[in-house]
Design a binder for this molecule. Sequence first.
Ligand SMILES: *[C@@H]1O[C@H](CO)[C@@H](O)[C@H](O)[C@H]1NC(C)=O
Length: 314
Amino acid sequence: MFCGSVLIAGTLLARSALAYTQVNFNQPIFYKNIDPLVFPGSYTTSHLHTFFGSDGVTAHTTTSSELQAGCTNGENPNDLSVYWVPTLLYKDAEGVFKPVPLSRFSAYYNLGQDPAEVPIPQNLMMLAGNASNQASGTLDPSAGIQWFCEGQDVPVGTNGFPTSTCNTHLQTLLLFPSCVNDQTLKTAYKSAGYGTPNRCPEGMKSMSQLRFSIRYDLRKALPAGWTGEAPLKLACGNAYCSHGDFINGWTEESAMTMVDTTREKRVFYPIDGTFGGYKDRPTCKPADKEPELGTSDYDESVKTLGKRAWGSRV
Ligand SMILES: *[C@@H]1O[C@H](CO)[C@@H](O)[C@H](O)[C@H]1NC(C)=O
């Protein structure tokens, strides 16, 4: 049933026998130039992002309950979280930048990690990676950012993407902080600086670590492939500005169940809950709540950013 997942877990099982869970998304809910975490309330200051999960999200979202009132496009109806990343773009035959089609977005929780002390708190918002970073040397190692051809060993070029086309998917990984203060909702990565093995800082407890794994399908977008510098970019720049954002929308009940996943010695732990089984998929259809605000067009988003940069010096 979970052939793909078992394969991935298989490589990690040597290190850890603790269970993980996973939520898959086959398509984005929308592309939009908003960022409720970094630019709350703004429709003009963000680059283009690709959103997955609950359509309760707008530029103003700050709570789990707003997401839980929405509809998700993920397979687990108990996960009303929202997940977003800068849009990956390719240049089409007319020279226009278009979003690279998605193969699958997977949110993994606790893949190869230690037992969690606390559930992921309601209203938790967090970010991994750095949208301003443009070089490999300044990547935050804790975020574990990688871009690679799935199942192939292709070196990356100066823009951080593989230097030749992928036989199957272009894949990227991103790790989120796994320490949280459940009162202030501040987060941090575990580190050897706080104790061995890697610990959370004073005042924080460990929660399931969220990891993004995104597979892009380049075969239709770039059928002729490439060699050398990949004709790809992120809406924030090259591959090194890779980042991701998350607002927790798991029901409180399911967030509690997830703590158990981190203590069980099994491979995959399904999180069933009040809204259904872990693969039941919601019957609702997600839709942008504010289609008239912001843009889902890359060129338009760049123009908006340009205007903003020129006009915002007041
Ligand atoms: C993000 O990256 C930029 C450019 O490398 C750097 O100046 C900045 O300090 C980084 N921010 C953080 C929070 O690490």
